[in-house]
Design a protein around this ligand. Structure first.
Ligand code: NDP
Length: 240
C-alpha cells in the first residue's frame, strides 16, 4: 500500500518539487498551501496532486486541514514541513509583526503540523518527518534575525523530536538548503545574489529538485537509521 505524504507549502517552489518527487516515488501526496489559489489550481492541474488550503501558523486550521487530508487521502505517514516565508529587515527597523509572522509560519508550523500527526505515527509505529531549515539558520544572515531564529529553532526542534520518536519507528530530520532558485530568492537584489553565488563552491544556485531528491531519500522506509540529522544541500556553501 502506498504511504500518504503531506508537503506543506507544497504547491510552489521547493515544495512543488518535493510533492512531485514523492508522487514519482509512489507516495499518495497531498500538498498544502496558504493563500495563492491560482498557483494551487495550476499545480493540481499540472501534477494531479490535490491541494489543501490552510494557514500552517494557525493551530486550529492545521488540525482541521490535516483531519480532512487523512479522511480524503489516508493517514499521514510522511510529513514534510516546508512552508516558509521571509520578512527581512535589520533588527533596529524590524516591526513586531514581521518578527511574529516569520516565527509563526516557519517554526510554529512545525509544532502545529507535527502535533496533528504524531499520535497517529506513534500508534502505527512508523513515521517520517522532514523539516526544511536553511543555511541562514545555521550561519545567520544580515537582515534576517527573524528567519535565522526560526530556522535555527527548526534544527533544535528536529533533534528533540527525533529523540522522542526513535523508539516508535519515527525518524525526524532536517534539510538545510542553500540559496535555491525560487520566487523567495528572486526577491533578493541581483547585486546581492551575485555576491552570494561567488561564495558557493559549486558556482550556482540550487534547484528545487536538488532539495526534493534529498527529501525522498530521507523519507524512504530504508532510511530508518537516519534521525536527528541536518543535511546541508547548498553546493558546499556551509564550509565558508
Ligand atoms: P516559495 O515562496 O516559493 O513557496 C512557499 C510555499 O509556502 C508556497 O506554497 C506558499 O503557499 C506556502 N506558504 C507560505 N506561507 C504559508 C502559510 N502560512 N500556510 C500555508 N502555506 C504557506 O518558497 P521556497 O520554495 O523558496 O521555500 C520553501 C522552503 O524552503 C521554505 O521553508 C524556505 O524558508 C526554505 N528555504 C528556501 C531557500 C531558497 O533559497 N528558496 C533557501 C533555504 C530554505 P502560497 O502559494 O499559497 O503562498
Amino acid at each position: 500500500m502506498a504511504r500518504t505524504a503531506l508537503v506543506t507549502g507544497g504547491t510552489r517552489g521547493i515544495g512543488e518539487a518535493i510533492s512531485v518527487a514523492l508522487k514519482d516515488a509512489g507516495y499518495n501526496v497531498a500538498a498544502n498551501y496558504g493563500g495563492n489559489d491560482q498557483a494551487a489550481q495550476e499545480f493540481t492541474a499540472r501534477t494531479g496532486i490535490p491541494a489543501y488550503k490552510f494557514d500552517v501558523s494557525d493551530f486550529d486550521a492545521v488540525t482541521a486541514g490535516i483531519q480532512a487530508i487523512e479522511q480524503d487521502v489516508g493517514p499521514v505517514e510522511v510529513l514534510v514541513n516546508n512552508a516558509g516565508i521571509t520578512r527581512d529587515g535589520t533588527l533596529h527597523k524590524m516591526t513586531h509583526d514581521k518578527w511574529q509572522a516569520v516565527i509563526d509560519t516557519n517554526l510554529g508550523s512545525c509544532f502545529n503540523c507535527c502535533r496533528a500527526v504524531i499520535e497517529g505515527m506513534r500508534e502505527r509505529s512508523f513515521g517520517r518527518i522532514v523539516n526544511i531549515g536553511s543555511i541562514n539558520g545555521q550561519a545567520g544572515q544580515y537582515g534576517q534575525v527573524n528567519y535565522a531564529a526560526a530556522k535555527s529553532g527548526i534544527h533544535g526542534f528536529t533533534k528533540a523530536l527525533a529523540q522522542e520518536g526513535a523508539g516508535k519507528g519515527i525518524t525526524v530530520n532536517a534539510v538545510a538548503p542553500g540559496y535555491v532558485d525560487t520566487e523567495m530568492v528572486r526577491a533578493v537584489p541581483p547585486e546581492v545574489l551575485e555576491k552570494i553565488i561567488k561564495r558557493i563552491p559549486m558556482g550556482r544556485l540550487g534547484k528545487p529538485e536538488d532539495i526534493a531528491r534529498t527529501v525522498v531519500f530521507l523519507v524512504a522506509d530504508t532510511a530508518d537509521f537516519i534521525t536527528g540529522a541536518t543535511v546541508s544541500v547548498n553546493g558546499g556553501q556551509h564550509m565558508y
